[in-house]
Design a protein around this ligand. Structure first.
Ligand SMILES: Cc1cc2nc3c(=O)[nH]c(=O)nc-3n(C[C@H](O)[C@H](O)[C@H](O)COP(=O)(O)O)c2cc1C
Length: 341
């Protein structure tokens, strides 16, 4: 039976348990997008705390791809060394590490940037109207994801996550609420998922075949006329052979609607997508109870769990969870004398 502390393999990547730190923007990089010492300490601390996989925050594939002026960047070779340092520190402390590649689309608020999106629809009334992307813009963006993936490989990451959730550029293409295009990138599910397929093709061309690619999706828009889990399951099936190895199922963020959230509220969407695609699935959302997440894994509702804010509050959550679940986990040797007996 699967359990929270059982190994999980995706392609050649062996993750020592099912506990994942999801990407969470720290909004503390300088405008250049360079990684700082904060990032090294922050991510390495969660590795010390026993998380199996850590995914570095939304990292802009271009200056326009950022969400703010303080996001990490991966649009220049100069970013590689700083990211390499994060990878080294996390590996040294026993965890695997991925990076979330992102383009913020109409939700980019970085200074001095002209925002772009599939269609000229603002996020909220009164917000700036994004420029409708031309086919050339789309092709350029696909190349930016490709170059970013090549840099992620040079930095030594174990996994790439393509951000197609939370209302950012790729999500804006996927949803009929934000994509009103009449060319081959809009309209039918086949057309709306086209850019994601092109990004997957481009990334797969430079990312080692033995390393996994995860896609993060918003499975529920919480607004009439928007996407539901079945729509995402269908669209993912159309492109999964282009190199998707796992899916993180998230919800919301496309339009300014706040969902009714409770622990595990995204699990039904994850189950639907897992069943429809047959792909391994990671799920999160207000998860913090060790027995609850153990049940999710044991019942095969998800293959990995995302603990976001809980790991910000308590980087050592995994060590405590092991104790609660009667798993004898090896503690970092420096902390061995503090291990509860
Ligand atoms: C401070 C903070 C920053 C976040 N930044 C990102 C991000 O960079 N990329 C992303 O996909 N989600 C981001 N999220 C969403 C988290 O990855 C996660 O899905 C969310 O916090 C729900 O999980 P939780 O209830 O365990 O925190 C962020 C969340 C927080 C709290």
């Amino acid at each position: 039976m699967n359990s929270l502390f059982s190994e999980f393999r995706i392609k050649n990547l062996s993750i020592k348990n099912r506990i994942v730190m999801p990407p969470m923007c720290m909004y503390c990089a300088p405008d250049s997008g360079m990684a700082t010492n904060w990032h090294v300490v922050h991510y390495a601390t969660r590795a010390v705390g026993g998380a199996g996989l850590i995914i570095v925050e939304a990292t802009g594939v271009s200056p326009e791809g950022r969400l703010t002026s303080n996001d990490l960047g991966i649009w220049d070779d100069a970013h590689i060394d700083g990211l390499k340092e994060i990878v080294r520190a996390v590996h040294e402390n026993g965890a695997k590490i991925g990076i979330q590649l992102n383009h913020g689309g109409r939700k980019c608020t970085a200074e001095g940037v002209e925002i772009e999106a599939p269609s000229p629809i603002p996020y909220e009334e009164g917000d700036a109207v994004p420029r409708e992307m031309s086919k050339e813009d789309i092709a350029d963006t696909v190349q930016e994801f490709k170059r970013a993936a090549a840099r992620a490989e040079k930095a030594g990451f174990d996994l790439i996550q393509i951000h197609a959730a939370h209302g950012y550029l790729l999500n804006e293409f996927l949803s009929p609420l934000t994509n009103h295009r009449t060319d081959e990138y809009g309209g039918s599910p086949e057309n709306r998922v086209r850019i994601l397929g092109e990004v997957l093709d481009a990334v797969s061309a430079v990312w080692p075949a033995e390393k996994p690619i995860e896609v993060r999706v918003t499975a529920e828009d919480y607004q009439e006329g928007g996407n539901h889990a079945e729509d995402l399951g269908h669209m993912l099936n159309l492109v999964k052979d282009k190199g998707i190895d796992s899916v993180n199922v998230s919800t919301g963020g496309l339009v300014p609607v706040v969902p009714k959230a409770y622990p595990g509220y995204q699990v039904p969407s994850a189950v639907t997508i897992k069943e429809m695609t047959g792909l391994p699935v990671a799920v999160g959302g207000l998860l913090s109870d060790a027995r609850g997440v153990e049940t999710l894994i044991a019942e095969n509702k998800a293959d990995m769990v995302y603990l976001g804010r809980e790991l910000l509050r308590n980087p050592y959550w995994a060590l405590y969870a092991a104790k609660e679940l009667n798993v004898d986990l090896e503690w970092p040797k420096q902390y061995e004398r503090a291990k509860p007996r």
